[in-house]
Design a protein around this ligand. Structure first.
Ligand code: AMP
Length: 139
C-alpha cells in the first residue's frame, strides 16, 4: 500500500493540526510555516494529488471555503489583501501531493511575506495568436 501523505494523516486524526474549518468534504488548517499571519490551507478530505485532478463539484466546495476564509481574514485579521493559490507539480513548488489551496492574507505594513516573480518575455504577436489557438483547441 502507498504511504499516506501528511494531509491524509491529519484528516485521519493521526497528526495534530490547527483546524479552522471542517465539514463532511472539506477541511482547512493553519499552515505550519505561516508565510504571513493567518496563512491557511484548504483541501478536500478525499485524496486527490493536485488541483488538476480534483472533480469540479468538489473544487466548488473547496473554493467556497477559500472565499469565506479570505473574507474572514480581511474582516477579522485586518488583512489588506489575500493571495489564493495552488501549486501543481514539483516544477511549481508543490511539496505535499494532496490537493490544497493556500489562502494567504497580505498586510501592507508587513515585513517578509513572499513575492511571485513573473518575468515578462518579449513576445511575437503571431506566436501569441498560435499559442492561444493551441490552448483553446485542447479545452
Ligand atoms: P505546497 O508546497 O504548495 O505543496 O504547500 C504545502 C504546505 O504545507 C507548505 O506551506 C507547508 O508549510 C505546509 N505543511 C507541511 N506540513 C504541514 C503540517 N503538518 N501542518 C500544516 N501545514 C503543513
Amino acid at each position: 500500500m502507498e504511504e499516506k501523505d501528511i494531509f491524509c494523516r491529519i484528516i485521519d486524526g493521526e497528526i495534530q493540526s490547527n483546524i479552522v474549518y471542517e465539514d463532511q468534504d472539506v477541511i482547512a488548517i493553519l499552515d505550519i510555516s505561516q508565510t504571513t499571519r493567518g496563512h491557511t490551507l484548504v483541501m478536500p478530505k478525499k485524496h486527490y494529488g493536485d488541483f488538476l485532478a480534483c472533480p469540479a463539484e468538489l473544487m466548488g466546495k473547496v473554493m467556497n471555503v477559500a472565499q469565506k476564509l479570505g473574507q474572514a481574514m480581511m474582516r477579522e485579521l485586518g488583512a489588506d489583501g489575500v493571495n489564493i493559490l495552488s501549486n501543481v507539480g514539483e516544477a511549481a513548488g508543490q511539496s505535499v501531493p494532496h490537493f490544497h489551496v493556500h489562502v494567504i492574507p497580505r498586510y501592507l505594513d508587513a515585513q517578509g511575506g513572499f513575492r511571485i516573480e513573473m518575468q515578462s518575455q518579449k513576445v511575437n504577436m503571431l506566436e501569441l495568436h498560435d499559442l492561444a489557438d493551441q490552448i483553446k483547441e485542447s479545452l
